[in-house]
Design a protein around this ligand. Structure first.
Ligand SMILES: [Zn+2]
Length: 127
């Protein structure tokens, strides 16, 4: 484990880096969630609001793919903070494209294309 002496948020460099700050309250993280909301609503023709409750606990099961994206988003925030990288929605959406391609490959390989389509078909604009 990497220990650091600096408690300052690695994104904004001005606030103490608590769990609440780094996953919800930091201005850079808020921008990230806002960009993910725009990405989701644009690609699914929907009007989901990524509020604190949704980000923390997810959405009803019909939003399976969005819930997957939220988990991956939290992972992206954590890894970006850990490595001192800027929080980039473009990097994140590129990761989503790679994950989609990997899941498509595995689905084709394992004869599970229907399950893949059920999960990813909500995206009207393909990744
Ligand atoms: Zn911050």
């Amino acid at each position: 484990m990497k220990l650091i002496n600096d408690e300052t948020c690695s994104f904004c460099k001005s606030n103490k880096e608590s769990l609440v700050h780094v996953f919800l309250e930091c201005e850079y993280v808020k921008d990230f969630w806002s960009s993910l909301q725009l990405f989701w609503n644009t690609h699914t023709n929907s009007r989901v609001t990524l509020d604190t409750t949704g980000i923390l606990f997810g959405f009803p099961s019909r939003f399976r793919l969005l819930n997957h994206f939220l988990l991956l988003g939290k992972r992206h925030i954590f890894l970006s903070s850990l490595h001192g990288n800027n929080l980039s929605i473009d990097t994140f959406t590129n990761n989503l494209k790679q994950i989609c391609a990997i899941e498509r490959f595995n689905a084709n390989k394992n004869n599970e294309t229907l399950a893949f389509e059920n999960k990813w078909s909500v995206l009207s604009k393909k990744l």
